[in-house]
Write a protein that binds this ligand. Sequence first.
Ligand SMILES: Cc1cc2nc3c(=O)[nH]c(=O)nc-3n(C[C@H](O)[C@H](O)[C@H](O)COP(=O)(O)O)c2cc1C
Length: 247
Amino acid sequence: MFFLTPVLVAVLCILVVWIFKNADRNIQRKKGEPGARTKSRAWVDEDLRDSTYLHQAEEDADEWQESEENVEHIPFSHTRYPEKEMTKRSQEFYELLNKRRSVRFISNEQIPMEVIDNVIKAAGTAPSGAHTEPWTFVVVKDPDVKHEIRKIVEEEEEINYMKRMGHRWVTDLKKLRTNWIKDYLDSAPVLILIFKQVHGFAANGKKTVHYYNEISVSIACGILLAALQIVKTVPKELVLISLLNLQ
Ligand SMILES: Cc1cc2nc3c(=O)[nH]c(=O)nc-3n(C[C@H](O)[C@H](O)[C@H](O)COP(=O)(O)O)c2cc1C
């Protein structure tokens, strides 16, 4: 009997481990079943929470449009530079971008609309998830509209600083001497509002999925900043407000 007890305990332990392992495997399998809400997808990064409406698109399939298969591709062409030229160009580009600064004082000097159009067109060359180009750029010049925008932004920013961000974030920002007052939203002659489109619409009115919409719009913002830097307007005449949701 004394000999049997340790053997019995060992067998029981093995049995318990086996039961737990199997239960875990079953849960994993259920998660992988078609239609499961939490199905993991390589192109939807849960950490980034980029709000790609993929699960919803699959659940309400009749409301969503499949993308066309036979579309013409844009031709690709490029120039090859000798090594010396490559080094020179990359150095110059780095030096140009290294002069970019985020400033909170803006000149009221006017800027040609053609320049604004061009920098937005440059931003629109950005790569995007499944080439969905999920962005909308809105140029605002009207002083009353700018002022209304300022009021909305300041109201939200005050809540951010006072409630949403919390002590650590507000403390970390102290060195930048920023706050929720944004008088440059009135003084800048042009505001560029950038919206992310969380989904699109096909010609027949059905919704289309915008994969990685937030990341795609962020890349477009980066290109916009680089384009502004090349015309040297970022610190002087333009304010990039923020990414806003366009539902
Ligand atoms: C995602 C993101 C959010 C930012 N938010 C703010 C902001 O709310 N207010 C602000 O004044 N600057 C903001 N900035 C600007 C940063 O403070 C700035 O990029 C940083 O201090 C580095 O300075 P630099 O842009 O001159 O290199 C933001 C920048 C990024 C990329």
